[in-house]
Design a protein around this ligand. Structure first.
Ligand code: AMP
Ligand code: MG
Length: 342
């Protein structure tokens, strides 16, 4: 299959691919997604094949506005509308009880479904033109860093999907925040582009699922099935170093060798002579780090780097999502020097 590159002007062609059961790369504000008609079971199955995605990892349904929630969800709590009003379109996925018309292929048999309204004008237009909710996970091959531009998605998906719509670089850079609204206390299942603080401000109490902060004990099932997989991994193994940034830089300098790659804050870009260095933003700017973290993880592939060390932000704001992606890329191989960055 030849993978076509479409532009933001090709709305009709893109919608036709979805309506015809094809696979389409779509730009969103978080990362590029791999979309298919979310009501078409064979099309949804093709997403899993193209990604090499495990069969028990459900997909998120993308809709153009909150009024579509009723079509696919039931027992929708008031909190869902509060959040939609404040944060949609935007990087927030809500887990809600699903209706029967949502295929098992999307939810992997769960009685809940993840719903999101992405903040990208081109993709919103495509979904409206297709007239169907779009099931879409991130547009990478399973286990790889998520793509934040069309070229990165093409690296992973060329020949496997019908087309990619080039909508420019993603402004947020990490995936959506996932909140489960089916339990009595709303629960954060995955930190992402919308900070936990914003959810707490809107809803009051929000619990944080254990899988967000650490690997689960063997045999324990996370509520977001995707959280159990090693994710976002570049080809070389990653070690994350947490603590005050000056201390983590010193630690990495001591450990570095000839084929070491370093992911660091801008302030330390010159501190690792002889190493391949990817700076991801100032220590105090986790929003910029979120935009650049996946590019940095990808950048070492195809180089002679055999090990990667990464400085890690603290948990405030988007730092929680950046730290989570780095730790997952490292398979939770973390050296903790105490006290959070900066
Ligand atoms: P991705 O789009 O690649 O970021 O993957 C979607 C994420 O949403 C995965 O971590 C899934 O496990 C999670 N997810 C999707 N649907 C549900 C659901 N019904 N309940 C819990 N987690 C979900
Ligand atoms: Mg993904």
């Amino acid at each position: 299959m030849k993978t076509r590159l479409l532009t933001k002007l090709d709305i009709e062609a893109a919608a036709a691919i979805l309506r015809g059961g094809g696979l389409l790369g779509i730009p969103t504000e978080t990362v590029y997604g791999l979309g298919a008609d979310g009501l078409n079971t064979p099309a949804v199955r093709r997403i899993f094949e193209a990604k090499g995605r495990p069969q028990d990892n459900p997909l998120i349904l993308h809709i153009p506005e909150a009024s579509w929630l009723e079509r696919y969800c039931r027992n929708i709590p008031a909190a869902a509308y509060t959040l939609a009003e404040r944060f949609w379109p935007g990087p927030l996925t809500m887990i809600l009880r699903r209706r029967e018309n949502v295929p098992n292929a999307v939810t992997c048999g769960l009685n809940t479904v993840g719903m999101r309204c992405p903040a990208h004008p081109v993709t919103l237009e495509i979904i409206r033109a297709a007239g169907t909710p779009v099931a879409a996970p991130s547009g990478n091959r399973s286990g790889r860093p998520s793509p934040t531009c069309a070229a990165h998605m093409l690296e992973d998906m060329d020949g496997r999907i019908d087309a990619i719509v080039d909508g420019g670089s993603c402004g947020v850079g990490v995936e959506s925040t996932i909140i489960d609204l089916t339990s009595s206390v709303p629960r954060l299942l995955r930190p992402g582009g919308l900070p936990l603080e914003a959810l707490r401000e809107a809803l009051g109490e929000v619990a944080v699922d254990r899988a967000v902060l650490s690997p689960l004990p063997a045999g324990e099932k996370p509520k977001a099935p995707g959280m159990k997989y090693r994710h976002y991994a570049p080809k070389a193994p990653v070690t994350v170093v947490t603590g005050k940034s000056r201390r983590t830089a010193r630690y990495i300098r001591k450990k570095m060798g000839e084929h070491t790659g370093v992911i660091c804050f801008d302030e330390f870009a010159g501190a690792f002579p002889g190493c391949a260095v990817e700076a991801i933003g100032a220590a105090a700017d986790p929003a910029e780090q979120a935009r650049r973290v996946f590019d940095a993880l990808r950048a070492f592939d195809g180089t002679d780097v055999t090990e990667i060390f990464a400085q890690c932000p603290g948990d405030a704001g988007l730092g929680l999502a950046v730290a989570n992606r780095l730790k997952k890329a490292a398979g939770f191989q973390v050296v903790d020097l105490g006290e959070a960055a900066p």
